[in-house]
Structures are given as structure tokens and as C-alpha cells.
Design a protein around this ligand. Sequence first.
Ligand code: ZN
Length: 195
Amino acid sequence: MTREAELRRLLAEVFRWTYLKNLTTTMGGNASVRLDEETILITPSGMPKHMIKPANIVKMKLDGTVQGPGKPSSEWRMHVEIYKTRDDVRAVLHVHSPHVIALYEAGYKLDIDIVELKAYVGPTIPEVGYLTPGSQELAEAVARALRPRNVNAVILRGHGIVTVGSNIFEALNRAEVIDQAAYITILRNMLTGEK
Ligand SMILES: [Zn+2]
């Protein structure tokens, strides 16, 4: 199996898991991996994520040119801007984590001292205010927030999260850890009545 075929298989599989783990909805979210310095593989637009096959993954250049069949995710600009900003990033995952959205919209924040969060995600998780999904404005704001190399995730207010990694599993784990930390914080606040 070629490296591209293997990456297509992994991307389709991991993206299906994001749906099965309730990190997002059937049509929501998107993911990509870097194929080489100028090329990425990204999930397609408008397809139920549990049905995506390796052949449906779209290949595109960082200048926005699509290579071969398929239409890339409507958030392709965000993925491209991140890869252009961070040459160390090999995978990008965007999901609509309900726990994170609820936590932030209720006026709370993630507690960075939750052990897994600090260990797997890093010392800080910046926020980006609500911007239109799919817009160049959102793409540039997220890439700017991810510029420091110790930042591996961004909260998109009212929308979800973006995680990056040296491979798709690292990006997936970071999304899971963030979603779980948000869930823990919500439960803790409910149990203690803490503000
Ligand atoms: Zn989204």
C-alpha cells in the first residue's frame, strides 16, 4: 500500500470515529493530513462521515487547487492556512464538540490543570470569537491562534474546536481529551454548584 493510500484509509477511519464518539454530527466537522510540503488530503464536502471511503478523500494543493475528483470540505481554507502557518503540523481535525460549546457559551472555560489536558494538549488553548464557518476570516484567525508551536488546539466560540498533531491520531486524541475535560468541568460545576 502506498503512503497516500494508507493516509486515505486512516483519515476515513479516524473521521468515522469522531462521529461514533459523539464529537460531531453526521454532516459536521472535517479532517485532513499532510501528504507532502505542498499537498494535503482532506475529507469531502457534503457526505455523511460514517460513509466516507478512502477514494472519497480529496487531494488538494496548499494554493487551493483540487487535484483529481471530489469537492473538499467547506472549511478547506482553515486547513490550508494552518498548514501554511505551521510546517510541523501533519494533521488537522475540526469537530463540533457539544461539551466545549456548552461550557464556553455558558461563560466557563476549560480547566487547564486537568491532568490529561496539560499532558496531551499543552499549556494554553486560545479562543477565537464567532466567525462565519468556511470563511477566509475564520481560516486566518485560527491559523494566527495556532502560530506558537506549543499551541495544539483552538476553541471556536459557538462552533467547536480545531486540533492539530504530528499525525491524525494525535489530533484525534487531543479532541477527545478536550471534549472529556469540558465534560468533567460541567459535571464538577453541577455537583459543587461552583461558578
Ligand atoms: Zn465547523
